[in-house]
Design a binder for this molecule. Structure first.
Ligand code: TXA
Ligand code: MG
Length: 349
């Protein structure tokens, strides 16, 4: 299959490109498009055969449900049974945006889209191109992150191309995404609502609005033998090819220990990578040192995380050592993804 790649100017979106993407989606094809979190791989969510193609292109296990993307509030009724009042407040405040909510589904949503579940995950993205493409494609677009299963999520169209060129109909290139980690997932079918995946909309932000929120236990105790409630969270996602170790503790001690470990591995002939910040990169002397952003604003760290992991992959890195980040705000989502990529390999120094 030849994949069409088209750039789109977000200030003045080309109607032809949007129409082309919409027509492909309506006829059951696959289109990757930008959202403010990560690039998504879209298909008509109400067409089971189209949704199936997503699993094939990504090599994704068929029990891992897809998020249905909508562009307008009115679209919600057709696909969800009960919308609790709390969900309406959350939607009013955080939609469009980096938040997904889980509801009981109606018969309109095929089980092929929800991985056999009787619930459906719904998100209304804020990205202008995403909105237009969802509308042009019929209003209900299933879209997982547009990466090969097990690779870091794509934050640029080039990342999508690396993984899916020749396997999907079209890639709409809207430049690098704004946030860089996937949406917060909030399960509204339980009381209190439960966070299944941390993202840019934090527990604190949700609690300020609707009161008590619970958190899937496996996010707090990642080593527990329990299965996470979001099926996709059980896979060792976002895995770089290199062995990644995250070090936490007093920053000066962390830098010292990373330098020690990096020198040791380099002396053994391995290719070593280091993830540091603007504040610390000058203190590393061995290996390929990459700056992930500034500790002053962890949104910058979120934005660069997946791209850096991909770069280390393409450079054939054997070992990566990373500093750790705060667990407040977006830092919580960053640490969740970083530790997943590290197979929970966290060292306290
Ligand atoms: O930011 C995002 O959410 C991106 C963009 C493209 O919107 N999408 C994304 O999709 O991250 P994906 O498929 O990579 O991750 C969706 C997660 C998976 O862990 C999946 O198991 C979970 O959501 N999920 C989907 N439907 C669910 C449901 N009904 N119940 C529980 N978990 C669900
Ligand atoms: Mg994904």
């Amino acid at each position: 299959m030849k994949t069409i790649i088209e750039q789109i100017d977000l200030r003045q979106m080309d109607k032809e490109t949007i129409k082309k993407a919409g027509d492909i989606l309506k006829s059951g094809g696959l289109v990757a498009f930008p959202t403010e979190t990560v690039y998504g791989l879209g298909a008509d969510a109400l067409n089971e055969d189209a949704a199936k193609k997503i699993y094939e292109a990504k090599g994704r296990p068929s029990d891992n449900p897809l998020i249905v993307h909508i562009a307008d509030m009115e679209a919600l009724d057709n696909i969800t049974e009960i919308i609790p009042e709390t969900a309406s407040s959350v939607a009013r405040k955080f939609w469009p945006g980096p938040l997904t909510m889980i509801f009981r589904k109606t018969g309109a949503v095929p089980l092929g889209t929800t991985g056999g579940l009787d619930t459906v995950a719904v998100r209304m993205p804020k990205h202008p191109a995403a909105k237009e493409i969802i509308r042009a494609g019929g209003g209900y677009i299933a879209a997982p992150s547009a990466n090969t299963s097990g690779r870091p999520s794509p934050t640029t169209a080039q990342h999508v191309e690396e993984d899916l060129d020749g396997k999907i109909d079209m890639i709409v290139d809207g430049g690098p995404v704004e946030i860089g980690v996937e949406s917060t997932i909030l399960d509204m079918t339980v009381n209190p609502p439960m966070i299944l995946r941390p993202g840019a909309v934090t527990k604190e932000m949700l609690e300020d609005l609707i009161g008590k929120i619970s958190v899937d236990r496996t996010l707090i105790e990642p080593d527990s033998s329990k299965a996470p409630k979001a099926p996709g969270m059980k896979y060792r996602h976002y895995a770089p090819k290199a062995e990644l170790t995250v070090l936490e503790g007093d920053l000066l001690q962390v830098i010292k220990e990373i330098n020690r470990r990096a020198e040791e591995k380099a002396a053994e002939g391995f290719k070593v990578g280091i993830i540091g910040t603007i504040e610390t990169v000058g203190r590393y002397s061995t290996g390929n040192v990459k700056c992930i952003g500034t500790r002053q604003d962890e949104m910058t760290v979120a934005g660069n995380l997946y791209g850096i992991l991909r770069d280390f992959d393409s450079e054939g890195t054997d070992y990566i050592f990373s500093e750790s980040f705060s667990t407040g705000g977006i830092g919580n989502a960053v640490m969740n993804r970083l530790l997943k990529a590290a197979g929970q390999h966290l060292i306290h120094v």
